[in-house]
Ligand binder design. Structure first.
Ligand code: PAF
Length: 279
C-alpha cells in the first residue's frame, strides 16, 4: 500500500493512475478501523481499479473538544488492517495539510444539517462536508463509499456533491453489526461491559420498529420505541424519529418513497447512533 501525507504528492500519483484508465474508489475514515470500514474497502475494490482510503480525525466536525481528544488513533493497527484488506493507497495528512489557520466557510445544506444529529451536534455536518469536499478535491474519486450507519451524513454529502456539481458517484453501504446486533462503531471500544449490554436495546428496538411498521401507523411505532427505550436501563435517549428517507422530515403517513427510523442515545458517556430502513 502506498502512503501519502501531502495533497500534492497524492494528486500527482492519482493523476498517473487515472491516465492509465483506472477508476478511483474512495473510502474516507477517521481511523480506528473496524469490520464496517473494511466492508467499504471490499465494495470499493469491486467497483474501482484503485482504492484510496483516508485516515484523518477531522477537528471541525467535533463540537466537544474532549471527544476530539479521546477519539482513538491506533494508526499502526489501522495500516495493517488496510494492507490486509488490499487497499492500494492511504492518505493520512496532518491537520495543517487540510486546513488553513482560521479557515471558516459554510455550505447551504438545505436544513439537512440542522435536524437530528445536527440538532444535537451543531456544526457537525458543516465540518463533515468541509473535509469531504477537500478530500474529494484531492482524490477526485469516481466512486465514494459511505456507511448507512450515519444515514444523515450520507444525505448531507449527497447535497454537497449536488451543490458543487461533483462527478463522484456516492455509494451507501449496509450497516455492519456485531453478532448480537450492535452496530459497529469506533466508539464501541469505550463501552464498559455493562454499557455494551445496555446498548443492545438500540438495535433491538429498531428491529421491532421494522416489524411493527408492517402493520401499525408510524406514530404508534415511534411511541412504542420511545417507551421501550425510556424504560431500558442505562439508555439516555436523545431522539428516536421516523423520517422521510430523502428529506429527513418526520413522517406520519407511509407514502414517502423511502422511510427510515433513526435513533441516538447516550450510554454511559458514549453517544451512539443507529438506524434501520423501514421502506
Ligand atoms: O464518517 C466518518 O468517519 C467521517 O465523518 C468522515 C466521512 C470520514 C469525515 O471526517
Amino acid at each position: 500500500m502506498k502512503r501519502f501525507t501531502t495533497r500534492t504528492a497524492l494528486s500527482k500519483y492519482l493523476q498517473k493512475e487515472r491516465s492509465a484508465g483506472k477508476k478511483i474508489g474512495f473510502v474516507a475514515t477517521m481511523g480506528a478501523l473496524h469490520a464496517g470500514h473494511l466492508s467499504l474497502i471490499d465494495l470499493a475494490k469491486e467497483k474501482a481499479g484503485v482504492v484510496v482510503a483516508s485516515i484523518f480525525v477531522n477537528p471541525t466536525q467535533f463540537n466537544d473538544p474532549k471527544d476530539l481528544e479521546r477519539y482513538p488513533r491506533p494508526i499502526e493497527q489501522d495500516i495493517a488492517k488496510l494492507e490486509q484488506a488490499g487497499c492500494d493507497v492511504l492518505f493520512n495528512p496532518p491537520v495543517e495539510e487540510m486546513y488553513a489557520e482560521g479557515e471558516n466557510w459554510h455550505i447551504d445544506l438545505k436544513g439537512l444539517d440542522t435536524v437530528l444529529e445536527g440538532n444535537q451536534r451543531p456544526g457537525h455536518y458543516q465540518g463533515v462536508t468541509q473535509i469531504v469536499k477537500k478530500l474529494f478535491d484531492v482524490v477526485g474519486p469516481d466512486f465514494a463509499f459511505f456507511g448507512q450507519k450515519d444515514y444523515q451524513q450520507f444525505l448531507v454529502i449527497r447535497e454537497m456533491v449536488k451543490t458543487f456539481g461533483l462527478k463522484t458517484q456516492l455509494v451507501m453501504c449496509p450497516i455492519v453489526r456485531e453478532n448480537d446486533g450492535l452496530a459497529m462503531s469506533s466508539r464501541n471500544i469505550h463501552l464498559s461491559d455493562t454499557d455494551r449490554q445496555h446498548a443492545l436495546a438500540l438495535s433491538q428496538v429498531l428491529r421491532s420498529a421494522k416489524t411493527g411498521f408492517e402493520s401499525k401507523p408510524a406514530q404508534a411505532v415511534k411511541e412504542q420505541a420511545i417507551a421501550e427505550l425510556s424504560n431500558s436501563p442505562g439508555i439516555d435517549l436523545q431522539y428516536f424519529e421516523i423520517c422521510d428517507g430523502e428529506t429527513l422530515k418526520p413522517v406520519s403517513e407511509k407514502n414517502a418513497k423511502s422511510i427510515v427510523a433513526l435513533v441516538a442515545a447516550r450510554i454511559g458517556n458514549i453517544r451512539l447512533i443507529d438506524n434501520i430502513i423501514l421502506k
